[in-house]
Design a protein. Sequence first.
Lengths: 197, 197, 197, 197
Amino acid sequence: MAERRRGAVRNEAARLAILEATATLFAERGYDHLSIEGIAAQAGVAKQTVYRWWPGKSALIADCLLEGMLLPVDLRVLPDSGDLRADITTWLDTVVGLLESPSAQGLFRSLLAASSADETVGQRLRDGIAEPALFADRLRAAADSGEIRADLRLDLVPEGLIGPLMFRALNRVPAEPGYAAALVALVLGPRPAPPTS
Amino acid sequence: MAERRRGAVRNEAARLAILEATATLFAERGYDHLSIEGIAAQAGVAKQTVYRWWPGKSALIADCLLEGMLLPVDLRVLPDSGDLRADITTWLDTVVGLLESPSAQGLFRSLLAASSADETVGQRLRDGIAEPALFADRLRAAADSGEIRADLRLDLVPEGLIGPLMFRALNRVPAEPGYAAALVALVLGPRPAPPTS
Amino acid sequence: MAERRRGAVRNEAARLAILEATATLFAERGYDHLSIEGIAAQAGVAKQTVYRWWPGKSALIADCLLEGMLLPVDLRVLPDSGDLRADITTWLDTVVGLLESPSAQGLFRSLLAASSADETVGQRLRDGIAEPALFADRLRAAADSGEIRADLRLDLVPEGLIGPLMFRALNRVPAEPGYAAALVALVLGPRPAPPTS
Amino acid sequence: MAERRRGAVRNEAARLAILEATATLFAERGYDHLSIEGIAAQAGVAKQTVYRWWPGKSALIADCLLEGMLLPVDLRVLPDSGDLRADITTWLDTVVGLLESPSAQGLFRSLLAASSADETVGQRLRDGIAEPALFADRLRAAADSGEIRADLRLDLVPEGLIGPLMFRALNRVPAEPGYAAALVALVLGPRPAPPTS
DNA sequence: TTCTAATCGAGACGGTACGTCTAGTCTTGCG
DNA sequence: CGCAAGACTAGACGTACCGTCTCGATTAGAA
């Protein structure tokens, strides 16, 4: 009983070409200097076809994020070795490693600019990098088991980890070796002493 | 003795009018949608007078920050009550309080966008908000006195405090009451137990 | 024998709706500013249905003329009182009367623009206003009877009468009272003196 | 004392390039199919420079007429041999001769279309072809001398001569040899018999 | 009946041009 | 020389139509 649309159907090839052109040009030129006109030309598509489906360039970025076309690796999974600190450090090291390349740094900064202009981009960026659920279960379990101190505000952990990365990206401060581990130590605190039996 | 330049000297009134127009329009419209043309018109100045002294809009923002025209209060001083945690919490509460107004939130997000486009803006922003020196001495003293744990990476504290604020600003997550204190607790860790004598 | 086509037959309602929409929009907006898209929308019809039957907007105008949808009165008949000069003056006064309304003037000018773009429109316009046959017989008879001078080039009379109207329409010069009679006098010459017996 | 403007002055080369491009493209492609974008490109000029000085393409055409860039010969002068009928016939033959070339016919039709869209074009066209003053003095003199009949409405003569040309141009009817003379005879009437003394 | 060709509505598509806005640069005349 | 004024090239903006095409529904003669 699906309300069946009439008329020609959307061209998937055009949709993909537009998103790919967006991703390419965004990585090359950054958020400002990204023009719909350029995207349409690069995609071999009429400008109106872009405007038909997206209201502006920030929405294009948001969709690129949704399709995983901007982030080169999948950050939405946390390794599970049993040691939460080690796992988060590993995960964070992946992110930090990405940011070593200047072009990836620029891309990340541009993503922040895009987030500044459009709320949806921020949501998608969060979903693509550090959705709350990524850490939540592990953190709760770790708190229960005493691996981290019991009074830690678990909901602040994601922003405690990602926020400093934003700070450094905007300030063009590269991450030194061991930065990931130091950040984990800062946010999760020192490993509590094992209870004496 | 000073080799005195010939010809007309720079018009200070024009300089100020331009920076004030920049600050006004930046607060009203955000970083993109800020145009040199608009600034010149608002300042009652020829466009060329802007271009003669500044290379682009990001440099204007940077200078506005330098002149303290964008941030309504002076954040470059940390109260000193003797209790570092309390002092930082107080300071952070000031910042958080600013961000409660939606317009100030937008201004802050726009500052992040400007930082993304221009390194200098980031520097000035850091200088205007949380220069390293703001915390450094107090932190070192607190570490010496045992007020905070000795192994804390003190250099990570500023980014550990400001980064999460950036995260929330970009994600449009308002700060709940007690957020400042929770953030301080997260980054500085719990107050260590006084040493048993 | 007739090779009978299969398939659905042309929708007469759609055809009429399209022509009516064309007439309406042409009168409202003029020849340029007349768009196929607008016509289709106004007629509640798909754009393709227009393009299936007409090659462009000038053909639509031509068909509207053929159906008499653009000219409010039928000009294809010349009264016959016995006095040719009076009859033509009467007929011309009808035309001039039409052109008194500014909207009808605009419509007439638009028809000239359409004629300029498409030969067929000109033909249909001529057929709808002053087909050669309209005057030919009466003129010949009048020449024979001496009502007009014998050496008059009868074939030039229609353009001699209509041409000045075009001139005035394009130059936005309204016709003063008595214009029709003056024009008839100009073209047909003064009434010859009756032959003395 | 002339109120002297400040700021850069209008670029005459650009102005001329634009008008020349307009004339070229108008002759090549006609009134519709004439695009500001194409004119700017042809003139090697930014689009805004066109829009700064002209509101639209009809104004460009009007200015081209004013500069005499569209009509290949100067029609604003009537020969004077003493015989008005002969002079007008000569003048009209020039016009008719121009209209023999199909491209000039198209240009003339396009001028009519432009006149239809913009009153100013019509004025300029009239000024460039048959300003009232062109005929007025000679006609009055001829009426006084009895060369033409005294009761002729002299003010109708220009439209009586030009109108039929418009009619034929719009209807794509070429002028046969002798057309100019026939038209003069139609409008001015036969040469009156010399008064018998 | 079933098949098949044509029509219709809706509307996506690659394009062209619109008229406006802004970026930076350059030019002119005043102080 | 700085400055206001403002013209200039360049190019993106977002919109309107162009003429073509594709989709599913409908219609009506042919098989």
